[in-house]
Design a protein around this ligand. Sequence first.
Ligand code: PRP
Length: 211
Amino acid sequence: MKYLNIALAKGRLAKQAADIFANTGINTSGLLEDSRKLIITDEENKVRFFLVKPSDVPTYVEYGAADIGICGRDTLLEEGRDLYEVIDLGIGKCRMCVAGPASLAGKLDNIPNKRVATKYPNISREYYQRVKRESVEIIELSGSVELAPLVGLSEVIVDIVESGKTLQDNGLVVLETICDISARMIVNKVSMKIERVRISKILDSIRKQLD
Ligand code: PRP
């Protein structure tokens, strides 16, 4: 039997994602070990987990290197990849927001050609073009985005807010909410046909857990 390959995001979601698969009967003990291994295998069930950077999960699934993946809706909106989004797992809940100093509350629309720092240039562009119908300059960063307005790189940021602690600790506030985010299960389009039986079994079991 061929391996069924599952791409998991390293980091915040990893433990919860492992629990979801463990409850379907897959042996995920290797995922909990303190190791730098990137492939964890359950030989008995012929399942392999790939541990990848969160924003790369849809890439592995679209190209078919992984049959299934779990990633945040933020990544799916940003990457816009050709794959099936099959289950809202209801974990990793957060919001995509425009944030900045409290002094800008209620005044955002008065600042022309705002600079917006973000790890999400596509989501930001879409929001400012289609929703706000406003021309802004998008400055792409890879992380620690909250620093940008503090040091004059941008007026505001577009980023995910979960507990709000990062904003609070840096004296920033949510100015506008763009959309709600949660973790999604995604499936490669060809795998969904070829591995239909195995994948459906896993999806059904996960849907039952969620009920
Ligand atoms: C994310 C996000 C915010 C923070 C929000 O960053 O970009 O910075 O978490 O979480 P909070 O509201 O619970 O504080 P991440 O931790 O992934 O690090 P990064 O900035 O290096 O990407």
